[in-house]
Design a protein around this ligand. Structure first.
Ligand code: PMV
Length: 330
């Protein structure tokens, strides 16, 4: 039996623009998905999932039954979560050259589904690591990131950058520009506060919306390029350890994402609540449409303000996690 875990992430800068070749800076956070794998005697796959939302639920899935479980998130999200596990298993079978290997898999995650915190990437990364190790193969974090990207790309019908999967595999703050993925070596302590509206956005739809705007309006294409400029300025601010500047650039980044139509009332309300407290900056994270915002705040101000914001269901602190995928005690 092998258990591995991998972190979720926030986008400090650059979501959506990264799809068009601009750089992005996602950061791993100390909220993890944990996948435990046991090889079976036959070629079947059984997935047992717990806590796939903050509220928590249990899924029994045997890979064959037509009925999906009765849980408090939408069926499509559960199906997608199971699709990611199946993809991870395929990658492990391929890496170990064991096409008929069967598994008993348990997924536990403290990362809300579809909310911009990279839950699917974390599950796929941890799943590939645990399943390959269970078959006696050890992949590097980069290999895992690469295979996890292929799974996301397939499940999300080609609407995926390498940002989530690379960040979850290697941990810390990373820079992704097209195929070029690298760790950012020295970063200041980043005091993230997350606000979660309890909802989720449809990544495919949101990416398609930005693509259509970009094709229709030159100024939308310019907006995407400007987000790239913000990311480059953000990298310099990170190198200088200048949190105030990082916060200002996050605010700017959120404004441009809003202009591209991927924010939501709940996200804007949480961003404004955080900004009007002591936060240095705030923006939506991930695809948008609903889900999470990330604020930068050393004080308790943003967390307190978010607690009293009607659109905010949950708020929590999430420190930068220097660790990527790692083996856990089973
Ligand atoms: O919401 P998430 O965590 O799936 O992030 C989506 C980020 C996008 O840039 C919109 C798409 C991508 O794959 O990079």
């Amino acid at each position: 039996m092998v258990a591995s875990s991998a972190p979720g992430k926030v986008y400090l800068f650059g979501e959506h623009a990264v799809v068009y070749g601009e750089p992005a800076v996602p950061c791993a956070i100390e909220r993890r998905a944990r996948v435990t794998v046991n090889e079976r005697d036959d070629d079947a796959l059984r997935v047992h999932a717990e806590d796939l939302t903050l509220d928590g639920f249990t899924v029994e899935y045997d890979g064959e039954s037509e009925t999906t479980p009765d849980v408090d998130v939408s069926q499509s999200l559960v199906e997608a979560a199971v699709g990611y596990i199946e993809g991870a298993v395929e990658q492990a079978r391929d890496a170990a050259d064991r096409p008929d290997a069967g598994f008993e898999i348990t997924v536990e995650s403290a990362i809300p589904l579809g909310a911009g915190l990279g839950s699917s990437a974390a599950v796929v990364v941890a799943g590939i690591d645990a399943a390959t190790r269970e078959l006696g193969v050890e992949l590097t974090a980069r290999d895992i990131a690469d295979r996890a990207f292929r799974v996301e790309y397939e499940v999300q019908d080609g609407q995926a950058s390498r940002a989530d999967t690379f960040c979850s595999a290697v941990g810390g703050a990373v820079r992704v520009e097209g195929e070029d993925c690298r760790a950012i070596e020295s970063v200041p302590n980043l005091p993230f506060v997350i606000g979660y509206d309890g909802g989720a956005g449809d990544t495919g739809e949101l990416v398609a919306g930005v693509r259509a705007l970009r094709e229709e309006y030159d100024f939308a294409a310019d907006t995407v390029e400007t987000i790239g400029d913000i990311v480059r300025a953000g990298e310099a601010a990170l190198a200088d350890g200048d949190l105030a500047e990082i916060g200002r650039l996050m605010d700017f980044n959120h404004g441009l994402l809003s202009a591209l139509g991927v924010s939501a009332r709940s996200l804007d309300e949480m961003v404004w609540a955080a900004r009007q407290s002591d936060a240095l900056g705030a923006k939506l994270t991930g695809a948008g449409g609903g889900g999470c915002i990330v604020a930068l705040d050393r004080t308790d101000g943003a967390e307190t303000a978010l607690k009293y914001t009607p659109g905010c269901e949950t708020t929590f602190r999430a420190e930068l996690d220097a660790d990527g995928v790692r083996v856990e005690e089973p």
